[in-house]
Design a protein around this ligand. Structure first.
Ligand code: PMP
Length: 309
């Protein structure tokens, strides 16, 4: 997919031309992964000529939580971050689906080298670009369980979006794609299902939507939380409980969910085909989710922030 170059990005208090968005080679985060980030999506509604950002406040609240986990100072409040996002999207005049990436990071240490992050100043950047699908939304993915374990909370807090922790995700993703799969499912250190490389996971068993609990070292996903609510509203029973690897093989349906992935059905896990290739629950959830994010469900309009006046 070709990415159209945006006009502006945001770095250290200023909107600057995209090409000028650069950081020094001594940036702490570049060397040690000392950064936290967010990933938001804006959806273009053609009829209303409006760009809707999905659950913007929840994303920036989580970004603030992530900064707290790794002692990064983020000088902007949630409201200020929303204002910056709005301005960034408007300046770029996006009239298409976009992905938005805020990053709070440790900049340059006084002595350049050193791991005491309390001594390193923090900085912030944000950019956005036109973006479509991250993974295919129809047909169903073929995925594997990873030989890499999901980082336990006591190693790197899994509930936050911490840049350094994404080495774990990258290793699993690379292993999966090199082996001919689209993505990987992580197990926790004690062997329970955690999540995908960059997405949460649901299974369907006998009509019940099941997702692993936060203590399975998952990222506290905003789409996951939204889908639990949407399912309840649709009258689909849900359970948040541990899932064993072998339960994946006997599931009726499985799907990934998240901002990037959106809602992507899984057709095969470790070469085993899921039981119900018609995926009725997954399709119902997809239909509802895609209607919600484009502003077509009044009930959930408070999840959307319009960018243009
Ligand atoms: N898990 C991981 C590891 C992720 O990177 C993401 C994407 N942010 C998710 C889950 C899904 O989270 P969300 O629904 O908040 O995008």
């Amino acid at each position: 997919m070709e990415i159209k170059t945006p006009k502006f990005c945001f770095l250290e208090d200023k909107f600057i031309p995209w090409e000028d968005g650069k950081v020094p080679i001594t940036t702490h985060a570049l060397h040690y992964g000392t950064a936290v980030f967010g990933g938001l999506r804006g959806y273009w509604n053609e009829e209303e000529h409006q760009l809707y950002v999905f659950r913007i406040r929840d994303h920036f609240e989580r970004l603030h939580d992530s900064t707290k986990l790794v002692l990064i100072d983020l000088k902007y409040s949630v409201d200020e971050l929303i204002t910056i996002t709005r301005e960034l999207l408007r300046k770029n005049e996006f009239k298409a689906d976009v992905y938005i990436r805020p990053l709070a990071f440790k900049s340059v240490a006084p002595k350049i080298i050193g791991l005491d992050i309390t001594q390193v100043p923090s900085s912030f950047l944000m950019f956005a670009f036109e973006f479509g699908e991250y993974l295919p939304l129809t047909g169903g993915l073929s995925v594997c369980t990873s030989t890499w374990r999901r980082i336990p909370d006591l190693v790197i807090p899994a509930r936050g979006k911490i840049s350094g922790g994404y080495i774990n995700a990258s290793l699993a993703k690379a292993e999966a794609t090199l082996s001919g799969f689209s993505d990987a499912i992580f197990l926790t250190e004690d062997g329970y299902v955690s999540e995908g490389s960059a997405a949460n996971l649901f299974i369907v068993r006998k009509g019940i939507l099941v997702t692993p609990p936060v203590y399975a070292d998952i990222l506290e996903g905003i789409v996951r939380r939204s889908l639990l609510q949407v399912a309840a509203d649709l009258g689909i029973p849900t359970e948040v409980r541990p899932i064993q690897r072998s339960e994946l093989y006997v599931s009726d349906e499985i799907f990934f969910c998240g901002t990037g992935v959106q809602l992507a059905p899984i057709a095969k896990v470790d070469y085993r085909t899921i039981k119900n290739p018609d995926m009725p629950v997954t399709k119902k959830m997809q239909e509802e989710f895609f209607a919600i994010i484009r502003g077509k469900r009044k009930k959930y309009k408070e999840w959307l922030t319009p960018i243009y006046e």
